[in-house]
Design a protein around this ligand. Structure first.
Ligand code: BES
Ligand code: ZN
Length: 459
């Protein structure tokens, strides 16, 4: 282990240079214009997997973006860990708000800034470098490893589920390990045991068949923007609860133990509000902020548009208005069921004055892993060694849609061993990764590979 840790220490500059190259490829999955960049990124990754010594490297094409696979299976009698990550990133826009260009990784104040630095290329790279350190120094790994890196996580992982279904033997594993979440805070390592799910909807309203002069027609027809905002405003009550009938039916209640555990975490609403530049926090009454973020479902309007939004003034009564609305879900809510409840309710509250279309854009199931499972216990031990501090247990409000499929299709629990920070601007301008966590992450996952066999046999 010592030679491995020294190697990690000695190779920091090279690691960063390589990561910068990985981050320079604009692998924006949602943008059709980046299709060839997605291919390029998959090839870059597969070449890298080969260089660090993995076998059976393959790029699997899908109807969407390719899936990259590689493995190292020379530890007979030892458990297998399937490491999952994603090489796709969110769009960088608005570009003008970036201090340095999103695809030219730049180091400032101990952070590496680039789109994907934390979510998730930087965290995928943590594993590549830990594996490399093992193979270069010990000549072998203490476990069998399978690596699967997809290119569609940020757009709902649509083609990964069918891939898993048709490659069950290839992906067979004792555990899934994912580094695509955050630690609780700087200097406070944590292991995450639950993610929220998602149901993402779009509403399109059409009022009059064409844009109208607001003077000649205002007062005669229902403005679709007004109708839409009236609908959206009805989706929460005055206690911040979602008004869709049946929405909360399947929500798993927080246990007393879990509520107490959340209360013991080092958290300040005041600091949180200050960091976000809001005077007061908002959310469902009767729950603390951490409960609302991690264990309660929410509904957000992500965007709303229609009519005239250009410079200056235009007196128009628009024909159309639209909104994108997503709901974060918690165990045991089902995204398809929620999408149906949403559509039914929206149709019911839509006035006759407008035509409505409701689209289900994508969804993902919430996930929860028992905290006494071997993988979580091994993660706790590894974090303690990697960061020199006992980690906390936490949940996360974000989603990784495929986690539940790993359980359902491969029978494997997932460990969420993430090294981001909550304020690293994921999905926003100036995304970064804190370099201490990047290197601490490499040490931690190296320890994890070493520790996991001890825990699985002790089960
Ligand atoms: N890395 C995130 C998941 C995440 C976000 C974990 C925040 C913990 C905290 C992931 O890449 C992501 O952003 N997922 C999407 C999934 C969606 C598009 C289905 C998300 O949560 O919005
Ligand atoms: Zn991610």
């Amino acid at each position: 282990m010592n030679s491995i840790l020294h190697f990690i220490e000695d190779n920091q500059t090279r690691y960063l240079d390589e990561l910068k190259t990985f981050l320079s490829i604009p692998s924006v999955s949602t943008n059709p214009q980046n299709k060839s960049d997605m291919e390029k990124c998959a090839h870059w990754l597969s070449d890298h997997l080969k260089n660090i010594g993995l076998d059976h490297i393959q790029i699997f094409p899908t109807e969407g973006h390719p899936i990259v696979y590689g493995d190292w299976l020379h530890a007979p009698g030892k458990p297998t860990v399937l490491i999952y990550g994603h090489y796709d990133v969110q769009p960088p826009e608005p570009i003008e708000l970036w201090t340095s260009p999103p695809f030219e990784a730049t180091i400032r104040d101990g952070n590496l800034y680039a789109r994907g630095a934390s979510d998730d290329k930087g965290q995928v790279f943590i594993h590549l470098k830990a594996i490399e350190a093992y193979l270069k120094n010990a000549g072998k790994l203490p476990i069998n490893i399978k690596f699967i890196i997809e290119g569609e996580e940020e757009i709902g992982s649509d083609h990964l589920e069918p891939f898993i279904k048709t490659h069950k033997e290839l992906l067979k594993t004792n555990l899934v390990l994912i580094s695509d979440t955050s630690m609780f805070a700087k200097g406070i390592p944590s292991v995450c045991y639950s993610l929220r799910g998602l149901s993402y909807m779009q509403i399109d309203l059409v009022g009059p068949g064409k844009d109208l002069h607001s003077g000649s027609y205002g007062g005669s027809v229902h403005n679709p923007i007004q109708a839409l905002t009236e609908i959206v405003a009805q989706l929460h009550d005055k206690n911040g609860r979602i008004t869709i009938p049946g929405f909360y039916n399947d929500v798993r209640k927080l246990t007393k133990e879990e509520r107490n555990a959340f209360k013991k975490l080092p958290w300040s609403d005041k600091k949180f509000a200050k960091d976000l530049n809001v005077k007061v926090l908002y959310g469902e009454k009767g729950f603390t902020t951490l409960e609302r973020l991690w264990a309660r479902p929410t509904l957000e309007c992500n965007g709303i548009w229609g009519g005239f939004t250009g410079e200056g003034a235009k007196t128009v009564l628009p024909s159309k208005a639209s909104a994108k609305i997503s709901m974060r879900l918690v165990p045991d809510q089902d995204p398809d069921k929620i999408a149906k409840l949403f559509e039914k309710h929206i149709r019911k509250i839509t006035p006759k004055s407008v035509h409505i279309t409701v689209k289900n854009l994508h969804g993902g199931h919430p996930a929860i892993t028992p905290i006494d499972s071997p993988g979580v216990r091994a993660a706790v031990a590894a974090l303690e060694k990697g960061f020199g501090k006992k980690p906390l247990y936490q949940r996360e409000g974000g989603s990784i849609p495929i986690v539940v499929q790993f359980k359902q299709l491969l029978g494997a629990d997932t460990v969420l061993l993430g090294f981001g920070l909550p304020d690293e601007n994921a999905h926003a301008p100036n995304e970064f990764i804190f370099l201490d966590n990047f290197f601490g992450g490499i040490r931690t996952v190296a320890h994890f590979y070493n520790e996991f066999p001890n825990y699985i046999s002790k089960k």
